[in-house]
Every structure is written in C-alpha cells, then in structure tokens.
Design a binder for this molecule. Sequence first.
Ligand code: FAD
Length: 288
Amino acid sequence: MSRPSLSFEFFPPKDLAGSFRLWDTVQSLAPLDPTFVSVTYGAGGTTRQLTHDAVETLTKQSGLRVAGHLTCVDATRDETLAIADNYAAAGVKDIVALRGDAPKNSAGFKASKEGFQDSIQLIEALSDTQKFNIHVGAYPEKHPEAVSQAADVAYLKRKFDAGATGAITQFFFEADTFFRFRDACAAAGITAPIIPGILPIENWNGVKRFAEQCGTHIPQVIADAFKNAQRDGTESLLATALAAELCDDLLGGGVEHLHFYTLNRGTLTRNVCHALGFTPERGLQNVA
Ligand code: FAD
C-alpha cells in the first residue's frame, strides 16, 4: 500500500502565545509532507482578518500549500469575494467553501441581505473566478439541519455540480460510517474525492460536547475506554491507538488521503501518523 496523502487543519491564533503554538504545531507536522494545510474561519465570521493573516503568513513562511476556509456568514457577496481575492493575491490556490454557522448564542444560520444565501451560491461564485480548487464540507452522519441522509447527499451533489472539486468530512469514529457514506455518494453520482476528517481525541470532555453538537455518534466502547483511561492517566495513549486504528481501517478500505483536525496541537496527530508508519519526509522550507 502506498503512503496516503495527508492534510492538517489549524485555527488562526488570537494572540502571541497562540501564534507560537501554531508555529510549533506546523513545525512538528510539516516533516510529514502534507499535500496541504488549512486554516479555519471563526464561527460567525469572527476571525476574518486573523484567518487571512494566518493563511498569508503560513503560505510565505512555511512553503506549505495553504487552503483558506471561507464562510457566507455576516458579509455581503462583495466582501466575501474580496477575501477570496486577497487569498489569491497571497498565492492561495485552495479554498474550503462553507455556508458557516451563526455566531455563538444566536439562532441558526441567517444569510446577510446582500450576502451569499447558501454554500452553493458561494461555490458558484468562487468557481467563476477560476482561481481556486474548491473543497466543501460533507457529513457522513448527516448535517444536523438535513432532513435525511439522502437529502444531505443530494445537497452535496449540488455542491459538486456548482464547481466544488473535493469534499472533507465532519469527524466520525467508525470507518464503516465513512464507507456507507462513500457508497451513498457514489450511488448519487459523486465521483470527486471525499476526504475523511479525523479528530484525534485530545480532550475527551470537549470532544463529547462537540460530537453532540455535530451529531457525531460516539460508540459506547470508546466512551468506556476513555472512562478507564481517565482513571489510569492513559488518555493520550488511548487517543493515539484509537485514531491510528480508525485510519488503518480507512486505508484498508481504499482511502488515499487523511485530513486531521489538529486543534493546533501537533503531538497527538504526529504520534498517530508515526504509529501508522508515516515517517518524516521533509523539513520546513522557509520561503520568506
Ligand atoms: P451546507 O452543506 O451548505 O449546509 C448544511 C446542510 O444543510 C446541507 O448538507 C443540507 O443538508 C442542508 N441545507 C443547507 N441549505 C440547504 C438548502 N438550501 N436546501 C436543502 N438543504 C440545505 N465552520 C466555520 O464557521 N468555519 C470553518 O472554518 C469551518 N470549517 C469546516 C470544515 C469542514 C471540513 C467541515 C465539515 C465543517 C466546517 N465548518 C466550519 C462547520 C460548517 O460551517 C457547519 O457545519 C455549517 O453548519 C454547514 O456548513 P456547510 O457549508 O457544510 O453547509
């Protein structure tokens, strides 16, 4: 089996300490030679400038291919496309295009009057620029707002018809969940790559909360194992083993690319990659 390609997701740092932590994370993961890394766009559009700065700095300083996330929240069409233009000017060729969520503590997504009304409109507009590979979100356990799995897959197909070139999934904990979803996508006529998103469990209590919000099922066996690991102080070991096992199952089922949600902490993701036998292939290439 040839080594799969890898990508790593980061969030933009809010302060100096966060910047150092992100840079440490990038340095620890860059030797694994990711195909790209991506930088999220804060919920509610809250990190617009920080995301842009992180994308630009990483592109210049790391030599890695960087994808900027972009959402439709709280901006007019012109403002959103100006952000995309700024990405392009910084040398960015990949965008993760999302509808996004409303800011915390407010009701669900509400499009701005002069903004993109949904992810499809954003994808179409980005596609018209012919400047980007457009990655989109996909939901193996269906998006919480979707009326059914079939409707969700049909909506994903519309995103590809609008110009998306690939999808990255929400995190999940069982390989079969991904395989069933991949089959459903294939049956719906989707041929573009669907990359599984892997969340190594750095903080069990946080992941439980996040999974509930996203509708991600946590198998009882994992919940039991973490209960024991918390008692024994072996959570990190368990997290490494679980994520490595999930990735191994995915690779065994023909997956060729793994996308890791790093939460700006490199050690766990790096340990998972090492456990899978992926060894460092390159150093950071400073192109500044
Ligand atoms: P969509 O796929 O456009 O909509 C979600 C679902 O709702 C659809 O799958 C569909 O079933 C249903 N739906 C929506 N509109 C319609 C319609 N008109 N008709 C019928 N059905 C419809 N959030 C951030 O704020 N910043 C980020 O950086 C970020 N990065 C992410 C990266 C990945 C890989 C993923 C999977 C998610 C990310 N998110 C991010 C979260 C994302 O913004 C939320 O999940 C949001 O609720 C949905 O965005 P989307 O583009 O996937 O939505």
